[in-house]
Design a protein around this ligand. Structure first.
Ligand code: PLP
Length: 453
């Protein structure tokens, strides 16, 4: 059996090397060593084709929130595929899975975000949101309000709209030119960028950067401010407690739409249905994906307030935007079942009051004193840890030491998936993780940090 699976692994790796261009990967470098072949998942665990068992500290890509191997989600997909695998919602038609899911999403979003537009991925949801907010200002008679402000090191996807809105320099450097009329302000990364400012003063300064930019480009030209409640792909950066309150006040002062990109934070990750609720944000729009279906099928959505929806609907013209898979019935049926499961298992409360606080506490108890770890921050079941050369002075490692990648590779070799964003180590396990699995995760992480020293 072992020999057979070894052959299978090499075979798959060879085919992969010959034909597959990997996302966010130096494919040439990967081909030299061969991609690891993942073949099975159950709960928070993965197996590769060589029989290694791996704790998935990233829930896939922050998405397999209800864990691997959920038969209920498989059954929901199979049943819907038999009845009606696909139909669109463009041509004066609709279907039960999309309508029921829209209602269900509206029931868990904060405020009056009662109307839902469906897309296939987080990036598509973000692109939809960009077009939608600009179109909104146009239909209410202010087409000049078309500048969207977001943040450096924010992540909003990989399509041309998402990459432009995101603030990652590496993404702007490829495949451009980027979309115009997008502005980036500083990120609220207290540990890394505040100097000797305390959290409150830094939170205020970062929010002030929004007002400064609004005044610089002209308040009447700004459509929206967009941010992740807690930055995810940028390294899990939790803003100072006053940050969002200040940001929100500035948006209201200048009549600018506030958009929460909840592709990661949505659906329980921070211990509430949406990160907006955890962080005290009242957004006008929310983009969501990933945890909506626990990643079992691709589906995403934009939820908008009654004010935005009513204006668009009152405007007697087609909204010229949509995707073949907007409201895909099979994906919608799986998302509906996923939300039903989340409610039946009380998973949001579990993250908010039980496993989330336990995870944060255990991570600190196990790793805060580790010589490599400069700082740990996080909320619910997401956390980021800064690796430093010297704790006291917060001196980072030299870039060419690649400390984050070295640590990530030790984890990978030792049965733990942890992601490196530069020298920030990132964790976001499935929301169904148990206390003993959290303990195991922390112990594995400590072992791998020791190996990295
Ligand atoms: N927005 C945020 C906040 C994300 O974290 C991501 C993906 O990680 C996206 C958008 C893009 O989502 P997708 O990869 O599904 O296109």
């Amino acid at each position: 059996i072992q020999q057979e699976s070894m052959f299978t692994t090499r075979d798959i790796q060879a085919t992969d090397a010959a034909h597959h261009l990997h996302p966010f990967t130096n494919t040439g470098a990967l081909n030299a060593k061969g991609a690891r072949v993942i073949s099975k998942g159950e709960g928070v665990w993965l197996w590769d084709t060589e029989g290694n068992k791996i704790l998935d500290g990233m829930a896939g890509l922050w998405c397999v929130n209800m864990g691997y191997g959920r038969q209920e989600l498989v059954d929901a997909a199979a049943q819907q595929m038999q009845q009606l695998p696909y139909y669109n919602t463009f041509f004066q038609t609709t279907h039960a899975p999309a309508t029921a899911l829209a209602q269900e999403i509206a029931s868990v979003t904060p405020g009056d975000l009662n109307r839902i537009f469906f897309a296939g991925s987080g990036s598509e949801a973000v692109d939809t949101m960009i077009r939608l907010v600009r179109h909104y200002w146009s239909v209410v008679g202010k087409p000049y309000r078309n500048i969207i402000i977001s943040r450096e090191n924010g992540y909003h996807g990989s399509t041309i709209g998402g990459a432009s809105l995101g603030g990652m320099k590496g993404m702007h450097a490829q495949g451009g030119p980027m979309v115009p009329n997008i502005e980036h302000i500083r990120q609220p990364y207290w540990y890394g960028e505040a100097g000797d400012m305390n959290e409150e003063a830094f939170g205020k300064a970062c929010a002030q950067a929004l007002e400064d930019r609004i005044l610089q480009v002209g308040p009447d030209n700004v459509a929206a401010f967009v941010g992740e409640p807690v930055q995810g792909a940028g390294g899990v950066i939790v803003p100072p407690a006053n940050y969002w309150r200040e940001i929100q006040a500035i948006c209201r002062k200048y009549g600018i739409l506030l958009v929460a990109d909840e592709v990661i934070c949505g659906f329980g990750r921070t211990g509430s249905w949406f990160g907006s609720q955890t962080l005290g944000i009242e957004p006008d729009l929310i983009t969501m994906a990933k945890g909506l279906s626990s990643g079992y099928l691709p589906i995403a959505a934009v939820a908008m307030s009654d004010r935005v929806a009513d204006a668009l609907i009152a405007h007697d013209e087609d909204f010229n935007h949509g995707f073949t898979y907007s409201g895909h019935p099979t994906a919608a049926a799986v998302a509906l079942e996923n939300i039903r499961l989340m409610k039946a298992e009380n998973i949001v409360d579990y993250v908010g009051t039980d496993i989330g606080p336990y995870f944060q506490q255990q991570l600190r108890a196990t790793l805060a004193e580790h010589p490599l770890v400069g700082h740990i921050e996080g909320v619910g079941l997401m956390a980021g840890m800064a690796l430093v050369q010297d704790k006291a002075s917060r001196t980072p490692f030299p870039e060419d030491a690649n400390a984050g990648l070295v640590c990530r590779d030790h984890c990978f070799e030792n049965g733990l998936i942890m992601r490196a964003v530069g020298d920030r180590m990132v964790l976001a396990p499935p929301l169904v993780i148990s206390r003993s699995e959290v303990d195991e995760l922390c112990e594995k992480a400590r072992h791998c940090f020791d190996l990295t020293l």
